[in-house]
Ligand binder design. Structure first.
Ligand code: 5GP
Length: 193
């Protein structure tokens, strides 16, 4: 077991509806030492890739991406969930369906912060059905930039996102892949990596 898997086994809480709660160390209270170790692992897995920017999505990706960015020594851009209907031409825009809130959000990134020279590492906390990632990939595509790789903290391997993204040909590196989890017993099974 790696350190993230160990922490999920210790402090993760399985909720009904295929939701894994990790708010005590990943996305409410944040264990930044753990994020640092995760960043070092992604740095190894993406060694040799020419990465000059990290892209994530608000809110829970921002903390992880910021610590990881220190490891790569590059800036972080986060996609914002847009509240106003008025989008001017200065934004890349896509629509993302939220797994946890079951609503659709327009997601935006200013054209000032992503362009065709960029080689992007996408980072997020969870991969479930892949909607958030497909939105971020679309934004990179609109910018004419390159996706060098995708780093996910926790992939729920029993949902479709991982297969969809790997089938698109991206290097997807999930630090923990949950193959099954049971809300009744609290059991979590990880994929051997
Ligand atoms: P997807 O778009 O792949 O269906 O879902 C990914 C997004 O939904 C992530 O950005 C994450 O914020 C949220 N998410 C999906 N599954 C879970 C989960 O089990 N627990 C938590 N805390 N967030 C999740």
């Amino acid at each position: 077991m790696n350190c993230l898997e160990e922490r999920i086994a210790k402090d993760g809480v399985v909720k009904e509806g295929n939701v894994l709660k990790v708010d005590s160390f990943l996305n409410h209270c944040m264990d930044v030492s753990l994020f640092k170790e995760m960043g070092a692992e992604w740095k190894k897995r993406f060694a040799g890739k020419n990465i000059n920017k990290i892209l994530t999505i608000e809110a829970s990706g921002i903390g992880i991406a910021s610590v990881v960015a220190l490891e790569f020594n590059v800036p972080v851009v986060f996609a914002k969930k847009n509240k106003s209907i008025n989008i001017d031409g200065d934004m890349y825009v896509t629509e993302v369906e939220s797994f946890t809130h079951k609503n659709k959000n327009q997601v935006i990134v200013s054209k000032r912060f992503l362009n065709s020279d960029d080689h992007v590492l996408i980072i997020d906390d969870f991969l479930a059905n892949g909607c958030a990632l497909q939105g971020l990939i679309s934004i990179v595509g609109q910018a004419g930039a390159t996706v060098e790789g995708i780093g996910i903290a926790i992939e729920k391997g029993f949902q479709s996102g991982g297969q969809i993204i790997r089938n698109l040909g991206y290097q997807l590196e999930s630090l923990a892949i949950v193959d099954s989890m049971d809300a009744a017993t609290g059991t979590i099974t990880f994929r051997e990596q």
